[in-house]
Design a protein around this ligand. Sequence first.
Ligand SMILES: NC(=O)c1ccc[n+]([C@@H]2O[C@H](COP(=O)([O-])OP(=O)(O)OC[C@H]3O[C@@H](n4cnc5c(N)ncnc54)[C@H](OP(=O)(O)O)[C@@H]3O)[C@@H](O)[C@H]2O)c1
Length: 285
Amino acid sequence: MKILVTGSYGQLGRSLFNHLNSNIEVFWTGRNIPFDGNGFYLDICDRINLKELISLNEPDIIINLAALTNVDFCEKNLDLAREINTNGVRNICDAFKGKIVQLSTDYVFDGKNGPYLEEDEVFPLSVYGKTKLEAEKIVMSHNSDNLIIRGNVLYDNCIGSRASFLNWVVQSLREKTPINVVDDQINNPTWAKSMAKIIGLCVEKEISGIYHWGDAEFVSRYKFAKIIAKHYNLETKLINPKSTKEIGQVAPRPLKSGLLSEKIVKILDINQPSINGCLNQILPK
Ligand SMILES: NC(=O)c1ccc[n+]([C@@H]2O[C@H](COP(=O)([O-])OP(=O)(O)OC[C@H]3O[C@@H](n4cnc5c(N)ncnc54)[C@H](OP(=O)(O)O)[C@@H]3O)[C@@H](O)[C@H]2O)c1
């Protein structure tokens, strides 16, 4: 079997490297390939580039991780967000008739009454959520074998990156810098490797449809930051709880959100990991 992965060098793509069965031939692709990466250049907004790469490599499955994921940047750049998150996905569907695995988000919900099941009513508040929901619809009408996995608050140790919530908390507290963290946005933060494992299993078991995957605990960002701080013996007093209103993020956020994952848990017969269990594996204390 051959799989082409888009957006391979982002947070989730890097985690996926070790979670696709070793007998699968994988074409890792991205717009910015690191020096140590062994991939192909692919911009999902470039229809010619897409067509050429697909006809050259003839994948059986495409896993689409490429997206504009900065939620506030999307809010200020609607056209670009739509171009990548929605039209990019349409381009993939136009160029490829096989199975697509599409990553989506809990931001398709309004956060009034979460956590959410797959069949709950969608109502995205932000540009990011709206463009990702449009992509879901395109993917679901393209091929009945297609798979959508919705995730939320993916985290990992991305060395030197302040874009990673985990690294931002750890670095700030190690430098004794106080941080403001929202205490009214509830999710189930999910280790990127936990999500990568699910993608690998879903591919192996040929699962199709819409599924949610999130790790075991539903917590606010503030509580998540405190768990991280305690885990690494850092000063929790430096973490200040703030409301979403006070923080003034550009894009509206679903507040009471998170993803109920019973459907996939049952099918795959797996357990959701705890935050501390994941932190133990991510960084030594
Ligand atoms: N992070 C989360 O909390 C979260 C939660 C739920 C769902 N998801 C979904 O999971 C997927 C992976 O997210 P992630 O956390 O790995 O985000 P990420 O680190 O931002 O990775 C996204 C990747 O897409 C690439 N990309 C952007 N525009 C592209 C284009 N036109 N063509 C090809 N590649 C492009 C980016 O790289 P360049 O800009 O260098 O090209 C980046 O490597 C996304 O679909 C996201 O919506 C993420």
